[in-house]
Design a protein around this ligand. Structure first.
Ligand code: PHE
Length: 374
């Protein structure tokens, strides 16, 4: 085999030297040190060496260093290209091809390595710190629950404790013990959801008071919030399922209508603000005598008269009265006991407080509406 001919100048690992001349003078062409030359097989060996160096480059800095070393302006390839000048014409195509192949191989290897380094350097989970955070939303207490809580707190400060009872009640607790006449229309199947001859869905929270009195001797001072059911067609002010809060105070010492009035006036001011006025109108309930209906001055017009209060200036809020002695008899209390009772619709209070004109909005579950109360 003929010895390979050396054509390419290659010295100092391809590093070029410049004469250090004042910048004003034209820079001289780079000078090669002809202390080494390259054969085709040496080019191939150099290519292999360069490729292994590139593939070993661990990060973008090392990759760039390899690029500068081999393909950079002062790197190996331009130096070899320059040497092409000295190659005899007959050999030129072979060397030209070898150099093109070298450039192609090195560029491809660098590119591939760069892409690989980028993917491995990319964090596993991309996280953009500048992105606005995701908002989970804050919950809020529903206006109906809020009224229950607030009312309970107000009466708790007056010494009332919370009593509870089941939604499914006996006819005795819901009607008989409350002195409701046998043929009172409220007992009718068109008004009450009957579950059997003796059982029903309670139409008011008053049966909790019966339960409390059956369980405990006076004094009794309870507040009982809860769900009630009536066979009402749902409209702006009625629902088949609604809430009441009732209160009961029974004692062996005199409890008067004046006590009831001052207690409810206090509640009104705590709930609606100091400027609210309270009005008591005579009424009838089977379980209280005398009975009253309690109105608050309209929250919208402050008593001047508007569409909400039907120009009356007043809004009916609850029923109340002095406990009828017949009720005491039914629960085995001494009829000489004294007591007052009151009961209010929770939705009604929530509507008054928040200016809600349609009760159905409270239960519609429409967040756009309920968010107003956040
Ligand atoms: N339970 C009555 C109703 O549902 C309200 C009330 C309670 C009235 C206590 C007087 C005393 O309308």
């Amino acid at each position: 085999m003929a010895p390979e001919r050396h054509f390419f100048s290659f010295g100092n690992g391809g590093a070029l030297r410049y004469h250090s001349l004042p910048r004003a003078r034209k820079r001289r062409a780079p000078v090669f040190f002809h202390d080494d030359t390259m054969t085709l097989s040496e080019i191939a060996a150099k290519q292999a060496e360069a490729l292994s160096e590139i593939s070993a480059a661990a990060d973008s800095v090392a990759i760039e260093a390899a690029r500068v070393k081999y393909l950079g302006r002062n790197g190996l390839l331009p130096a070899l290209m320059k040497g092409l000048r000295d190659v005899p014409p007959a050999e030129k195509p072979a060397f030209g091809q070898a150099l093109n192949a070298l450039r192609g191989a090195l560029s491809a290897a660098l590119e591939e390595r760069r892409a690989a380094a980028e993917t491995s350097a990319a964090p596993k989970v991309s996280f953009d710190f500048s992105m606005p955070g995701s908002w989970r939303g804050t919950g809020a207490i529903h206006p109906v629950s809020e009224v229950i809580e607030e009312t309970t707190r107000i009466f708790a400060r007056l010494g009332f404790t919370v009593a509870d009872g089941p939604d499914i009640e006996t006819e005795f607790n819901n009607f008989d013990a409350l002195n409701t006449a046998k043929h009172h229309p409220s007992r009718d199947a068109r008004d009450t959801f009957w579950l059997g001859p003796e059982l029903l869905l309670r139409t008011q929270t008053s049966p909790v008071q019966i339960r409390a009195m059956l369980a405990k001797k006076p004094p009794v001072r309870i507040i009982n919030p809860g769900r009630c059911y009536r066979r009402d067609t749902t409209d702006a002010t009625h629902a088949a399922n609604f809430h009441q809060i009732e209160g009961l105070y029974v004692d062996v010492k005199p409890v008067s209508l004046a006590d009831l009035k001052s207690t409810l006036a206090h509640f009104a001011r705590e709930m609606m603000g100091q400027s609210v006025q309270v009005r008591f109108r005579p009424h009838f309930f089977p379980f209280t005598e005398p009975s009253v209906e309690v109105d608050f001055t309209c929250h919208v017009c402050k008593g001047r008269g508007c569409a909400v209060c039907k120009q009356s200036g007043w809004i009916e809020v609850m029923g109340a009265g002095i406990v009828d002695t017949r009720v005491f008899e039914k629960v085995g209390y001494d009829p000489e006991c004294y007591g007052y009772a009151f009961g209010m619709g929770v939705e009604r209070i929530a509507m008054i407080k928040h200016g809600v004109t349609d009760l159905r909005m409270l239960y519609g579950g429409d967040l756009r509406y309920l968010r107003q109360f956040l």
